[in-house]
Design a protein around this ligand. Structure first.
Ligand SMILES: [Zn+2]
Length: 211
């Protein structure tokens, strides 16, 4: 599998991830937050066939390039069923504070436990784990076969998500982190929306004493 991180700059810098099968060149893009032209150029140069846009949550800095990629390559986009509100309400996706306003009306929806296969023979499979708290539509995409997860803004290297935006809830976030994410194997690597890669073990060690 090819995992490529591309930092893009809108009002904030966000990590966009390509996750592509190296045999078939088919894969997905996760959280195209800005710089659609740059992302499209990468897709064209690498001759990747991007089959889906997967969204960890509907904040503007994770969805800013969705519309253009959707239109240019006819790629469908997917978000948790609670994400409809975020994609269609500029106060919820926070684009009310930044130009341009973002309203996305062609989303496909998934639920906790759904999974997306990538590549030949299910070489990778991204399982949806619902992790509300940062927003009511937050998920992580967990590939148990390869021991990685795309964690959006739920958990970062050395911190967890903010809860002061619409739909944020500190109690839910704690439940998502401690009772869902920290239950994954400790060697699992976490690729977040705004930090370097980390691991479950490293983040758990901030709360638990292993000695
Ligand atoms: Zn966010």
């Amino acid at each position: 599998m090819i995992l490529e991180k591309v930092p893009v700059l809108g009002a904030l810098e966000t990590n966009v991830y390509f996750y592509v099968d190296d045999e078939t060149n088919r894969g997905v893009i996760i959280d195209p937050g800005a710089e659609a032209t740059k992302l499209a150029e990468i897709i064209r140069k690498k001759e990747w066939i991007i089959e889906k846009i997967l969204i960890t949550h509907g904040h503007f800095d994770h969805i800013g390039a969705v519309e253009q990629l959707h239109e240019k390559f006819d790629i469908p986009y997917f978000i948790h069923k609670n994400g409809e509100k975020y994609l269609t309400d500029i106060s919820y996706n926070l684009s009310v504070f930044y130009e341009p306003y973002i309203v996305l009306k062609d989303a496909n929806f998934f639920e906790d436990g759904d999974a997306f296969s990538i590549g030949k023979n299910n070489k990778a499979q991204l399982q949806v784990i619902y992790t509300p708290g940062h927003t009511t539509d937050s998920v992580i995409f967990y590939d148990y076969k390869n021991g990685i997860a795309f964690s959006g803004d739920t958990i970062f290297k050395n911190s967890i998500g903010a809860v002061h935006f619409p739909g944020g809830d500190a109690r839910q976030l704690a439940d998502s982190v401690f009772n869902r994410i920290f239950k994954l194997p400790e060697e699992t690597l976490l690729y977040s929306g705004h930090s370097d890669v980390t691991s479950i073990k490293a983040e758990k060690s901030r709360y638990y004493n292993y000695d």
